[in-house]
Design a protein around this ligand. Structure first.
Ligand SMILES: Nc1ncnc2c1ncn2[C@@H]1O[C@H](COP(=O)(O)OP(=O)(O)O)[C@@H](O)[C@H]1O
Ligand SMILES: Nc1ccn([C@@H]2O[C@H](COP(=O)(O)OP(=O)(O)O)[C@@H](O)[C@H]2O)c(=O)n1
Length: 237
């Protein structure tokens, strides 16, 4: 884990950023929509799924199985993880290796749920997420994942559940993965959602969480809908 000013001093270096918490299932648009909304708002952007994916990547690099909780916990040892919060310069690093693209590969997607169900992993990355936001120096940070509105930042002033129908989500993910069989992509996405939803509930909005359903919205309208929620909640309208 990287040292941050927050981790070193125990106090944020700047006034606390406005935290925008966004949860939702795979393919709902969390990452792409959050990144674009962050650009427009001048905020940082934190993709929390990248940490789980990077740890899954490390377990696979060690020729071990993410279904083996002991192997996952062992991979946490020396897990030197860093991520950019700049929406215009997104990268993810483990040690000296930039893994930004590798962690999106289907083999990592297929393995990541094993990592996410280990409580020691969740505790460790949640501390890191809070430290990264506190030390960001940004006016605001959009943080997206599965349990951000409920566990990581339950008191965030803006909390959104971004949804879309299962068919639409599978079609979007399949369009990204050219060369992969569409039915296999859909099957993998639904299998991962089913596994992940045993760990956290990202299909129901917790009290106070605003639902943005993008099933019938194109990308730009979805970004606008998210920005509207942020501006309304922060009184910037
Ligand atoms: N409202 C939308 N309409 C059409 N395509 C979208 C929309 N939102 C996101 N996408 C596209 O769907 C794909 C999956 O989005 P992504 O942000 O990776 O979802 P998630 O992070 O929730 O898995 C991306 O290619 C993205 O550009
Ligand atoms: N806050 C989070 C974020 C991701 N995850 C896990 O990390 C995996 C990858 O998350 P992701 O956001 O990159 O996945 P996509 O929605 O982009 O497909 C998920 O399938 C979950 O297993 C989690 O458990 N909690």
């Amino acid at each position: 884990m990287p040292d941050t000013p927050f981790a070193e001093t125990g106090v944020p270096t700047t006034e606390a950023p406005v935290t925008v918490a966004i949860d939702g299932p795979a393919g709902s648009g969390k990452s792409s929509v959050s990144k674009q909304a962050a650009r427009v708002l001048g905020y940082g952007f934190l993709d929390t799924g990248a940490a789980y994916r990077a740890l899954a990547w490390r377990v696979l690099e060690q020729d071990r199985d993410t279904a083996d909780a002991d192997a996952v916990v062992a991979a946490l040892d020396g897990f030197d993880y860093a991520i950019s919060l700049d929406p215009d310069d997104h990268w993810v690093r483990v040690g000296d290796t930039f893994v930004t693209d590798q962690i999106r590969e289907p083999r990592v997607s297929a393995a990541v749920s094993g990592v996410a169900r280990v409580p020691a992993v969740r505790e460790r990355v949640n501390l890191l997420f809070r430290a990264l936001v506190a030390a960001s120096g940004a006016a605001g940070v959009i943080v997206e994942g599965r349990d951000i509105t409920t566990v990581v930042f339950p008191d965030a002033p803006v909390r959104i559940l971004l949804t879309a129908s299962p068919e639409v989500r599978a079609a979007r993910r399949s369009a990204e993965l050219t060369g992969e069989d569409a039915a296999a992509v859909a099957e993998a996405l639904h299998r991962r959602d089913a596994s992940d939803s045993q760990v956290v509930d990202f299909l129901t909005a917790a009290p106070g969480v605003v639902v943005v359903d993008s099933t019938d919205l194109d990308f730009d309208r979805t970004v606008d809908a998210v920005i509207d929620v942020v501006r309304t909640a922060t009184g910037e309208n």
